[in-house]
Write a protein that binds this ligand. Structure first.
Ligand SMILES: Cc1cc2nc3c(=O)[nH]c(=O)nc-3n(C[C@H](O)[C@H](O)[C@H](O)COP(=O)(O)OP(=O)(O)OC[C@H]3O[C@@H](n4cnc5c(N)ncnc54)[C@H](O)[C@@H]3O)c2cc1C
Length: 399
């Protein structure tokens, strides 16, 4: 056997990598901190570049079937002025659509496929410590168990324990100043055209952002929504985390009070209010040390403003599987090739997400006016090509 790989994290990158490794005959086991959950809540977009990876592992149709093909972005300001509309995707250009779906649709598909292939997924295994030397790796978990392997891949997300263990004095994620709250709402807030066009509304305010749209073919009256507002947030006090849904709803209604409908309607009918600070991660000088490599958010967490974090995590998984399959040298060579092929792409996407996030911070009236003009001009001039460089990325699986 070529390697036995310990994968820390059963989110997006972890199960996807295990599936690619299984395809190429490399044994892997996934260690996930939390118990097995079928509905991890919230929703997101998988862009065509991420959908291509899902297609390679045979899950694209299932995800399309259980989400919606996202056909259009409608950019508006909080007064309801349309700034521009651009096609998202579309499948006729990229060969595969951008899909908006509940996060659980993608996560469940990956986990079930890993289970179908007989890949071992161990739950309630929170990484505590690791040994990383020439002989191999040993991962130790908070429950006292320990497992040995030849490589360890840290796919444990933005607050990666693996990263902290291999780079104890390295960069830490930082709070961007924007706090995200979102979920689903069951209310007929969408027009017939919204449903027909599978349109995502991206509403920019003087203070923050509100996105909403259709996400499930079987539920035309249900919307996915997301509010980004600036908040002072102290990680030590964790205050917003403990606010009740009603406290948070009232706060959101007050802060989005002057926004166009259906923002208020959606907030009043929202069934869940998932919340969290938006983090970003400074560039890490290295993604690997010895026999340990970071992938996905652990290596390059990205703020959510370009809708690309999960797609980048999927790309990482596919490329690493391919490089391990084709490797003639040792893991050092594979890790070096991985970083060399991934770094410039992910850094460009991260920079784009930061740029888009800047337009959601609190702005003066003049700055908001300029931002609206820029969005209008970009939508008009770039149109569907706006995301071309991100969406058209392909990894050739065949050698
Ligand atoms: C509000 C919001 C909206 C977003 N919208 C989009 C979008 O539209 N499109 C998009 O592509 N991306 C989006 N993203 C980003 C996307 O969710 C992430 O980039 C993606 O989930 C990264 O995948 P991952 O597998 O690297 O990490 P994760 O999905 O975070 O998975 C990490 C896993 O590791 C586990 N773990 C953590 N610590 C340990 C430990 N010590 N031991 C064992 N296991 C551990 C966690 O429980 C988790 O299951 C959004 C993010 C946010 C916050």
């Amino acid at each position: 056997m070529k390697h036995s790989v310990l994968i820390i994290g059963g989110g997006i990158a972890g199960p996807a990598l295990a599936i690619f490794l299984n395809k190429v005959g490399i044994a892997a086991a996934i260690f996930e901190a939390y118990p097995r959950v079928d509905d991890i809540g919230g929703g997101f977009q998988i862009a065509p570049n991420g959908m291509r990876v899902l297609e390679q592992i045979g899950l694209a149709e299932e995800v399309i079937e259980n989400g919606i093909e996202s056909n259009e972005f409608s950019f508006e300001n909080q007064q309801g002025k349309l700034l521009g509309r651009v096609p998202n995707g579309p499948a006729r250009i990229y060969g595969i659509p951008a899909v908006v779906a509940a996060r659980s649709v993608v996560h469940r598909a990956l986990v079930r496929e890993a289970e179908r292939l007989g890949i071992s997924i161990l739950y309630r295994k929170r990484l505590r410590h690791l040994t990383n030397n020439d002989a191999g790796v040993i991962a130790e978990f908070e429950d006292g168990s320990a497992f040995e392997g030849s490589l360890l891949i840290g796919a444990d997300g933005v607050h990666s324990r693996t990263r902290d263990l291999i780079f104890p004095t390295g960069a830490q994620p930082f709070y961007t100043g924007l706090f995200t709250i979102g979920g689903f709402a069951s209310h007929p807030s969408l027009t017939a055209a919204d449903v027909e066009m599978r349109r995502m509304h991206m509403v920019f305010g003087r203070e923050g952002f509100f996105g909403y749209g259709h996400f499930d073919k079987s539920k035309p009256d249900t919307v996915i929504w997301l509010s980004h507002l600036k908040r002072d947030w102290n990680p030590q006090s964790l205050d917003y985390k403990f606010w009740s849904n009603e406290e948070l709803r009232n706060d959101l209604l007050a802060r989005h009070r002057e926004w166009q409908e259906p923002v208020g309607t959606i907030l009043r009918s929202a069934t869940e209010l998932l919340r969290g600070p938006v983090h970003d991660l400074p560039t890490l000088p290295q993604w690997s040390k010895g026999r340990v490599l970071l992938i996905g958010d652990a290596a390059h967490a990205i703020s959510p403003h370009a809708g690309q974090g999960a797609s980048l995590a999927l790309e990482d998984a596919m490329l690493l599987g391919k490089l391990l399959r084709d490797s003639q040298g040792g893991h050092e060579q594979v890790f070096a090739q991985f970083v060399q092929q991934r770094r410039s792409r992910v850094e460009r996407v991260i920079a784009e997400a930061r740029r888009r996030g800047d337009g959601k911070q609190t702005l003066t009236p003049t700055a908001a006016w300029i931002r609206d003009r820029v969005v209008s001009v970009l939508a008009c001039v770039s149109g569907a090509r706006m995301n071309n460089w991100m969406y058209s990325y392909k990894i050739a699986w065949e050698s």
